[in-house]
Write a protein that binds this ligand. Structure first.
Ligand SMILES: *[C@@H]1O[C@H](CO)[C@@H](O)[C@H](O)[C@H]1NC(C)=O
Ligand SMILES: *[C@@H]1O[C@H](CO)[C@@H](O)[C@H](O)[C@H]1NC(C)=O
Length: 439
């Protein structure tokens, strides 16, 4: 060490400086170390928080999102369709959480949606919190499987609807019309003189059904018509003709096969009787006939005239008092090509004079896509949920799904002996049972 006597010793002085410098360096080094550790901790915490935030933001798992963003929850109560959990972002950037799992706690649910075809009336989310839980109904079929829906009290349980009725909240009266070009396309069309030649091999009218017991008494009508004019029946109902081998296998799933369409197109007329009578319920039976260029003999939607491509694009069963009267008119058309061709203006002139048809498709392009239609309903309900404080009361009525008591194509009235009338009555009682459980 440096003693007082050594003070003037340069050597000692130097050592002092060296020691001083050493100490300073250590101090600075320590400071830097301290700072780095603190900074490191800070950045680590920041990175961890950032990762957590990202994972929350990206997470679409049930509940996590809701806790963070408080977006409304919509549950598809019926299984099978459309069955994915997801965040639905609708126009104006509003979000709703769509859940396809009914095990979720009912208190967290803002709306239930039901797919009518598979609705189980014994298993509804009851009792129901009044007013604030919205119910939505998506149904594209006739009430064949859920006759309760023929009763207005049943419809009244729902607040919003997506059905074929033009008065629905998400209407799709043209669900079975694939494209407007199909109407005028001549892809399968057979001209009248060729059809006349085919009459040597086949009858003038084709019938193809496998569901023989319908509320519209389809078979009863055709059976009566067959007494007066030849009807070729290929399906299980009233079968009198063998379906060609190549279509035999699973023809129900191949009705839109181009070869089968050509097969159908040779006929002058095709019988198209729906399995239920509901306003705007028009199925592929009708549209397929229009597409291939044969004339549909139609019974079903009382509003069918509103959707014909031209004034005379179908022969309506309800315009003729009996099958006999119908057969006489058909015979007249078979003798007079000019008269017959008035029913095929969409093919022969390539015209569609019905403005409603064009307008409807332009206004609602989702119609023939069930998933898009379901999404449209989800978004409608989502919007209503976001308007929670200023929303009006909405209740589905028979205008959204107007299927009255079963009407017979044969008698054009309610047949008191029709077994469907019996089930119509028991369905009414079932609806009353549901009302008791509402709470
Ligand atoms: C179609 O029918 C309507 C009303 O019945 C009529 O006003 C119109 O002129 C008809 N159009 C054609 C092209 O026959
Ligand atoms: C939804 O429908 C139910 C049953 O008809 C009704 O009691 C309730 O007020 C409706 N809620 C809204 C918001 O329209």
């Amino acid at each position: 060490m440096c003693t007082k006597s050594m003070k003037r010793n340069t050597h000692c002085f130097c050592r002092q400086i060296v020691i001083y410098l050493k100490e300073m360096t250590m101090k600075i080094f320590k400071r830097i170390m301290k700072l780095t550790v603190r900074n490191c901790l800070c950045s680590c915490i920041f990175i961890i928080f950032f990762l957590i935030f990202i994972s929350f933001w990206k997470s679409e798992s049930i509940g996590v999102y809701k806790q963070n963003a408080h977006i409304p929850v919509i549950v598809w109560w019926t299984n099978g369709f459309p069955s994915v959990n997801q965040i639905r972002t609708c126009s104006d950037n509003i979000d709703c959480e769509i859940i396809a799992d009914k095990k979720i706690n009912g208190n967290a649910v803002d709306a239930y949606l039901f797919y009518g075809s598979v609705i189980n009336l014994e298993d509804l989310p009851l009792p129901r919190r009044p007013y604030d839980v919205i119910w939505g109904l998506f149904h594209e079929e006739s009430p064949r499987n859920v006759e309760e829906l023929m009763h207005e009290e049943m419809l009244n349980l729902f607040n919003f609807s997506a059905t074929f009725s033009r008065h629905s909240d998400v209407p799709f009266p043209l669900q079975y019309m694939d494209s407007i070009n199909d109407i005028t396309s001549k892809e399968h069309y057979v001209d009248t003189s060729t059809k006349n030649n085919y009459l040597k091999e086949i009858g003038p009218i084709m019938y193809l059904q496998t569901d023989c017991e319908t509320s519209t008494e389809r078979d009863k009508y055709v059976k009566e018509l067959m007494k007066f004019i030849q009807v070729d029946s290929y399906g299980a109902c009233l079968n009198n003709k063998v379906i060609p081998q190549k279509f035999k296998h699973d023809y129900l799933n191949n009705l839109n096969d181009p070869e089968f369409l050509d097969f159908t197109a040779r006929y002058k007329f095709v019988i198209a009787i729906e399995n239920g009578v509901c306003d705007d319920y028009i199925t592929e039976k009708f549209w397929r006939a229009i597409k291939v260029g044969t004339v549909p003999i139609y019974f079903g939607s009382p509003t069918i005239r509103d959707w014909l491509p031209n004034n005379k694009s179908a022969i309506l069963i309800k315009d003729f008092p009996t099958p006999k009267a119908m057969s006489e008119y058909l015979q007249l058309l078979l003798k007079n090509d000019k008269l017959y061709e008035e029913y095929l203006e969409h093919k022969i002139k390539g015209t569609i004079t019905n403005k409603r048809l064009h307008k409807e498709l332009r206004a609602r392009p989702y119609q023939n896509d069930a998933l898009k239609t379901a999404e449209t309903l989800e978004c409608l309900v989502c919007k209503k949920l976001h308007e929670k404080n200023k929303r009006d009361k909405n209740i589905v009525t028979k205008y959204h799904y107007n299927c009255p008591q079963p009407i017979s194509a044969l008698t054009l009235g309610v047949n008191p002996h029709n077994s469907w009338l019996f089930s119509w009555r028991s369905a009414k009682l079932k609806v009353q049972e549901i009302y008791k459980k509402l709470g």
